[in-house]
Structures are given as C-alpha cells and as structure tokens.
Design a protein around this ligand. Structure first.
Ligand SMILES: NC(=O)c1ccc[n+]([C@@H]2O[C@H](COP(=O)([O-])OP(=O)(O)OC[C@H]3O[C@@H](n4cnc5c(N)ncnc54)[C@H](O)[C@@H]3O)[C@@H](O)[C@H]2O)c1
Length: 334
C-alpha cells in the first residue's frame, strides 16, 4: 500500500496530528509554522530534518512529495489554507471548527468539489471510544427510538483565551461547542430548529457569552440540548446522556466507564450495566486512520466538507438565536 506523504501546518495541536500520522505509517514530508520556535521544537521532537521544515505554507503547495495537508492553524485561517492546498491538488484534513462563517464553509465546499480531493474536518469526538460505543448501541437498537439527547462542552478557557480565541467570530459555541453540536448531529441527526439563551459571567476577556444553553428538535420528533461553558469551574468534560424508548446511556469523554440502563421484560430499568471504556478524548490516531482510509478507498470521509459545514451551521444558528431571542432553523443547503 502506498505510503501517504503528509504536511502538517500549525505545530501546537498539530503535534497530535504528527503523532497520529506517524502512528498510521504515514510519512511526515513537511512541517510548517510561522513561529520559528514552534517549528524548531516540533522538528527536533519528531526528528524532522531542517530541509523539511517551512515557515510559509505557500512553499509547500507545488511540492510533488506531498499527498495531503493537515491544517491546524487558528480557525480564522482554515479557509485560506484549506482552499490553497485543495487547489494545489492535495487532500486536506482541516481542524474543527471547519470555519467561523457560512461564507467560508461554502467557499471550502466549492474548493473541495472543484479539486476532486478530500476535505475532512477534524471533528475528533466521533473517534472518542465512549462516543463510538454510544453510536454502536444506538445503531444496534439497544436504546430503542431516541427521544432526547443532551451533550455539553464544559472547558475552562480562562488561561487559553487571550489570543485569536477572543475574536468575536470565535464564539465559544462554535470554537469548542462545535464538538457537542457535532456529536448530537452524528447520534441524532440534523436539528430542524434551535432555540438558545446565553449568559456572560466568567470570562471578562472575551466579547461573547461564556455559557450558552440550546434546545433543539429533530424532524422525527426527537429533542436535544447542548450546553456550552467556556469559563466553568470544573475539569474538562463532554457529559452526554442519550434517552431512548428501551434504554438510557450516560457517558462522557473523560470517564473510564459508561452507564447503560435497559428495560427488562416488565418495561422497567433495573440495575445499570457499567461498561468499561478507554479514555481518549483527542484520538488523533483514529481520526488520521479514517482520513487515510477514505483517501485510499476514494470514499467520502465520515466528517467530509458538508458534514463540517452542517455543524458550523447549527452553531451559528444557536448563536443567532441567543442573540435575537428567536428560534432559528438551520439552512443545510450548501
Ligand atoms: N480537535 C480538538 O479538540 C482541538 C484541540 C485544540 C485545538 N484545535 C484546533 O486546532 C487549531 C489550532 O489550535 P491550537 O490550539 O494549536 O492553536 P495555537 O494558537 O496554540 O497554535 C497555532 C499554531 O499555528 C501557527 N500558525 C498560525 N498561523 C499560521 C500560518 N498562517 N502558517 C503557519 N503556521 C501558523 C502558530 O504559530 C502556532 O504554532 C484550531 O483550529 C483549533 O480550533 C482542535
């Protein structure tokens, strides 16, 4: 099987992608960061020779020794870099959120369609062991028909927000909350309407709400709820509860167990089953494996450009609803 030759651009969270690619037998053909120290650090850490280290991503575009690029730069630059690599004939794995505006997601979809190359969005929660197991339990019918799903993204940004994350466009609901929104979309389908409230109490340094609660309905009469708090006083978690007509599953991405209630013959839930699960909330290795498999098979990635754009669309709808006080129906026409 042909070895994939990868460029990784943006070398902070991008280092997880270097490890994910190396762990899957890919070759690191280039690394790139416009911060000299970050470039040197990653180069030395992963043994990437100096001739494969670049400060300007444009120097990579015409290189024949690169099959695919992983884009892990600030969200505001996702469109520019993804479109440039796609136009240069490279496959792209772009970090979440795909972009911060509908205009940008549309441009990225068009660039992917025009290039015939793959654009996958790094919605990494779809590769979290507990959430993969939740998806399998839903698909096998263990929970029956779903009637309510909730997920939360609780992550204290107090120490990491004084940079591009404080941009008004980089609202917490889209920046980190996109994980919980994407998870609900994956498990429950596309919400047809959302309604949200927001409040700002904890992060004086950001110009947007630091806590938001959104309720939503799906077209099969299922309900959902997403809670996002980017100033919370607790450990990071994505606590998730899935209620179905035959059972209920409680899980998150930071616990070694999941709790499953199922109804017995009498229709009652008795003792829950405690299911052990690996804790791996940033499973870049599995995400890269899915990217590489889709490239090799020529099939769409699990989180292809339209999937990434739909998640952004729901996040933008939640932000709009909290701002206007009105329900919003996401527009999935791309
Ligand atoms: N999947 C996840 O759970 C997860 C976790 C963290 C970050 N992210 C995403 O990864 C991306 C990067 O986040 P981060 O935390 O690493 O940010 P960061 O600000 O810590 O690091 C970004 C890096 O990109 C470099 N950079 C910026 N612009 C560049 C450019 N034009 N060309 C080359 N290098 C450039 C910076 O010098 C820096 O080294 C963001 O999109 C973020 O949302 C995802």
């Amino acid at each position: 099987m042909k070895t994939l030759k990868i460029a990784v651009i943006g070398l902070q969270f991008g280092m997880a992608h270097i490890e994910g690619a190396m762990g899957n037998g890919a070759e690191i053909a280039a690394i790139c960061d416009n911060n000299e120290e970050h470039l040197r650090f990653a180069g030395e850490r992963y043994g990437v020779p100096k001739e494969k280290r670049f400060a300007d991503y444009r120097d990579l575009l015409s290189r024949a020794d690169i099959d695919a690029a992983v884009i892990a730069v600030p969200d505001q630059r996702h469109r520019e870099l993804s479109c440039a690599f796609l136009a240069a004939g490279k496959h792209v794995l772009c970090e979440k959120p795909m972009a911060l505006t509908r205009e940008d997601t549309l441009a990225m979809i068009r660039a992917a369609d025009a290039s015939g190359r793959m654009l996958m969005v790094g919605q990494i929660c779809r590769f979290t062991p507990a959430f993969e197991k939740a998806k399998a339990l839903i698909d096998s019918g263990t929970l029956g028909d779903l009637y309510f799903l909730e997920s939360e993204y609780a992550h204290d940004y107090m120490k990491i927000v004084d940079n591009w994350r404080a941009d008004p466009l980089r609202h917490g609901v889209i920046g980190g909350g996109c994980h919980a929104v994407d998870l609900l979309r994956w498990l429950g389908g596309d919400p047809v309407e959302v309604f949200a409230y927001g409040t700002k109490r904890l992060l004086p340094q950001v110009p947007y709400d630091d806590a938001t609660v959104a309720v939503m309905k799906f077209d099969d009469n299922t309900m959902g709820k997403v809670f996002v708090s980017t100033g919370c006083k607790r450990d990071y978690t994505m606590r998730t509860v899935i209620y179905g007509t035959r059972g209920t599953l409680i899980c998150d991405n930071t616990s070694p167990t999941m709790t499953l209630f199922t109804a017995g013959e009498d229709g009652m839930a008795h003792e829950p089953e405690i299911i052990p699960v690996e804790v791996n909330n940033h499973n870049a290795a599995r995400e890269f494996e899915a990217f590489a498999d889709a490239i090799r098979a020529g099939t769409p990635a699990l989180t292809d450009a339209r999937e990434g754009a739909k998640t952004v669309e729901v996040c933008l709808s939640i932000i709009e609803s909290a701002k206007t006080g009105r329900p919003v129906r996401p527009d999935y026409t791309f």
